[in-house]
Design a protein around this ligand. Structure first.
Ligand SMILES: [Zn+2]
Length: 252
């Protein structure tokens, strides 16, 4: 019952966040932009995901939760500092995904600040401190009380929403489209690429593992390769969230 209420509250929160932008911005672009992002981050997102992006001459954004480093879970193992350093050295963006990977709305102000400080320290070990990183909500679950703290700390915050960012957008609640199981649905996301190519905007994909036998929240290497190749073939600029923001002239 409590779980159900919490779930309802979470959905109502995300709905409210979509109704009124906390940091409004206009995504206006004549060139379609596609960003591939990875959350948590499983080791196959590095060994297969990053490699696929690089084979197409592009880079991705990896949202790291330091508290998950090296963790072994059913079907996936999370990367550690060495993996993060490799991603950064290969030109990928390292973003923040909180330290403990708790839903932000479950944390009070001081617990949230302490968690974000802790992840900032972890990320600084990867590549030194950066001005402002991008952030992705664990479980894509937003929080209204956390808006000022997140807005102050991060260049953008990404959620889900299954939409393309186009026109009025909230930098504190960027939309993204999930690449997940079943595999046929993941493959069918080429339609979303065609949509953004037809009517330019900024399509952000997110996924987790990239494996021959993926978890429910990942896809197979062939599928990711197909999506990245399709975006490039359709004339989309494929780049990190940070690079896309620079191109769009947003969140300077
Ligand atoms: Zn996550």
């Amino acid at each position: 019952m409590i779980e159900k209420l919490d779930d309802l509250y979470g959905r109502a929160t995300n709905k409210a966040l979509r109704l009124r932008a906390y940091r409004p911005a206009i995504v206006a672009t004549a060139t379609p932009i596609v960003s591939f992002t990875f959350d948590d981050v499983p080791d196959t997102a590095l060994t297969a995901g990053a490699r696929i992006l690089e084979a197409h001459g592009v880079r991705g954004s990896f949202y790291i939760a330091g508290g998950l480093a090296g963790r072994v879970e059913p079907g996936r193992t999370l990367i550690d500092l060495d993996g993060c350093r490799e991603l950064a050295a290969r030109g990928h963006e390292i973003g923040c995904h909180t330290y403990a990977h708790d839903a932000v709305r479950r944390l009070g102000p001081s617990a949230l600040a302490a968690d974000l400080d802790r992840n900032a320290a972890y990320l600084a070990e990867i590549e030194g401190a950066r001005a402002r990183r991008n952030f992705a909500f664990p479980y894509n679950a937003g929080s209204i009380p956390a808006l000022p703290e997140l807005g102050r700390r991060y260049r953008t915050c990404r959620a889900a929403g299954d939409r393309i960012n186009r026109g009025p957008t909230d930098l504190n609640f960027l939309n993204a489209v999930e690449i997940r199981q079943p595999e046929e649905s993941a493959l069918a996301l080429t339609a979303r690429i065609e949509e953004v190519a037809r009517e330019p905007g900024w399509l952000i994909f997110f996924t987790h593992d990239v494996a021959e036998t993926p978890t429910d929240y990942g896809c197979r290497p062939e599928t990711l390769d197909r999506l990245v190749g399709h975006a490039v073939a359709k004339g989309c600029v494929v780049e990190t969230v940070d690079a896309a923001l620079n191109r769009l002239g947003l969140a300077a």
